[in-house]
Design a protein around this ligand. Sequence first.
Ligand code: SER
Length: 340
Amino acid sequence: MSRKDSVLITGASGEMGHGLIVRQAAAEPERPIITLDLKPLPADLSPKVHQQFHGSILDKELLASIQTEYAVDRVYHLAALLSTRSEFSPELAHKVNVEGTLNVLEFTQRQGESHGRSVIFFYPSSIAAYGLPTIAAKAAAGKVNEDEFNQPTTMYGANKLYCEHLGRYYGRHYKQLAAGPPTGKVDFRCIRFPGLISAETLPSGGTSDYAPEMIHAAAAGKPYACFVRPDTRIPFMTMPDAIDAIVRLVKCPRGSLSRTVYNIGAFAPAVAEIEDIVRGAFPKCGVITDVDEKRQRIVDSWPADVDDSAARRDWGHQPAHDLAAAFGEYLIPNIRKRYS
Ligand code: SER
């Protein structure tokens, strides 16, 4: 228990949680971090956290007990079922990704009411919120801005897009017909992430997983059957740059934010380019192509690249890693070390 201003991270045991806990603990060591996840945190992260709650964002009683024990003034709501997994259990995905988000937004609103000021709610959306109708349309579209092609084909993408709207509702229009001044206390901020690649962890259940899986398999000396065509292109970013972006957006004064949802990008390689770099670094790697037409269709519906000019203008999005730096300075040296 702590009445100090605390940070709540849901889905903290996942890939992004890993990077965020390390960064948050280093940046503000005096600020308690509390986590909520079905799974316990890895042993190296536990000491960085004030308290771990093991359970689901669907458990309202658990959220109510966190409410009474902690004064939370910032929420990073990372818990979700990713896109591939969600296609196998769409109803569960909707429960976790939408109802769970609603529960955490309500939690945040109640926290704000109890301390009489806004609580920042960071929400990770995704390029999965897009749905390009054909490969030709994808090629013609080039860099898409936030408001184009918002017709996702996946349950996960539909969940993300809807929760962006839900967040905008809580952030700007909450109980707009109630008497008196506005009572909304959620300061909702959202990034649409590209595919993310970490040297430390592997994703589970995503559709952009082919890139991280290929790199980690090559370094581990394992064969890898890539499930998309070599010409397939979507944007990617390194995990440290993704965490940097979250920190920048959360620190930005509210008045500078012209949108609630921001695209961010860094590099957008075709699969063949990733494979070439991986082969250069790990000449013995056993990458083959074995296209899964259904997963391919999902990746084909995601944009080849994103227009992130709003993020660059409003809060200084500036990834440190382009394609060469991502591999040369971050991924290859760190992944090599990890598997050696
Ligand atoms: N990278 C995620 C996935 O593939 C999308 O946000 O599911």
